[in-house]
Design a protein around this ligand. Structure first.
Ligand code: GYE
Length: 328
């Protein structure tokens, strides 16, 4: 009899554990729907390094404010240890969902495992992690950075199709180890390698900032005075490069052509003015989609593991046409 009772208790405990498990994978507590005001989301942002990031932060904050959910927000100032600290603090606070944009790709498994063990679903926003265990996050929302690099490369191939002389290229890389820096470089290289006249003569990180882009371009123009093209992994570094090119007595957009990625307002203005030659769009407006993912995860609905943002490209004429209604 006592044995039977112990058995029943054990079965009960097992069932409870199972219910606990489904909460852990994001099915909500015992099926009861949570009111938006009771849902708490912790967002660990990269920093405020670029116009793109500022627009991204605003869009996420606006979308959560409109949703009625509670958003806890932290800015890691581009440091991984700060982001890990923020995520640990969200775990301790017992938030419903954690979302974050990993500053670099590697080194997340331990903290993501802690979130998983605490039953808190994680959504990757904008940037990916390179973890082999994809059960550590429920979804990854963001752009295809390889495709962006390929689009930039394709413009270069088309622009120089009638030139046989070497095209010497300076590449301004994003933050070392960040998914968009790795993937944009890869996509670009993939396309230009078809013709050996394209030579990346120097490639260095400007950390996705305007100051970084300016400083690196200054130095690299000195060591590579015959470079005629700059590929910058984001608009801000391209804008910094414009200043360095002008300071070197050259005309940006003519003596030195510039291709960038993002299409934020300042970049689009420079493109419209002919100082940048081509921009591949990368949308920072991820807020609404993130809110939708969080709602589904909390309600126990399934979500797509990979959600891609839709993006285009801009020539000078297209930038001039798009500028008046550009949101960011
Ligand atoms: O291109 C850059 C920002 O992760 C896609 O980060 C984002 C990149 C964006 O600093 O401007």
């Amino acid at each position: 009899m006592i044995r039977k009772m112990i058995g029943a208790v054990a079965v009960g405990a097992f069932l409870l554990a199972l219910t606990g498990c489904s909460t852990a994978s994001g099915t909500g507590s015992a099926g009861a729907a949570k009111a938006p005001g009771d849902i708490v989301v912790g967002f660990a942002q990269v920093g405020a390094e670029s116009g793109w990031r500022t627009a991204n932060t605003k869009d996420i904050q606006d979308a959560f404010a409109a949703s009625g959910m509670q958003l806890k927000f932290s800015d890691a100032q581009q440091k991984q240890e700060n982001q890990i600290k923020a995520i640990r603090s969200y775990i301790t606070q017992g938030v419903d969902v954690i979302a974050f944009s990993p500053v670099v790709e590697t080194g997340w498994d331990a903290v993501l495992k802690e979130a998983k063990d605490a039953g808190i679903p994680v959504v990757l926003t904008d940037r990916a992690v390179d973890s082999k265990d994809d059960s550590l996050y429920v979804s990854f929302l963001g752009s295809d950075f390889i495709k962006e690099g390929q689009k930039a490369g394709q413009w270069v191939v088309d622009e120089y199709k009638n030139q046989t002389d070497p095209v010497k290229i300076i590449q301004l890389e994003g933050t070392t180890g960040a998914a968009p820096a790795i993937d944009r470089a890869e996509g670009f290289a993939d396309v230009i390698k078809a013709d050996p006249k394209f030579q990346i003569v120097a490639s260095q990180t400007g950390d996705f900032t305007r100051a970084g882009g300016k400083q690196v371009t200054e130095a690299l123009l000195k060591s590579n005075p015959d470079a005629t093209l700059i590929f910058a992994h984001n608009d801000d570094m391209g804008l910094g490069a414009i200043e360095a090119v002008e300071a070197a007595g050259k005309v940006p957009g003519k003596d030195i052509k510039i291709v960038t990625i993002d299409a934020v307002k300042d970049g689009m203005k420079a493109l419209s003015d002919g100082k940048i030659n081509f921009i591949v769009e990368c949308s920072p407006l991820l807020g609404k989609q993130l809110v939708d993912i969080v709602k589904k995860v909390v309600a126990g609905e399934s979500v797509e593991k990979r959600i891609l943002t839709e993006e285009t490209t801009f020539t000078q004429e297209q930038a001039t046409a798009a500028l008046p209604t550009r949101q960011y």
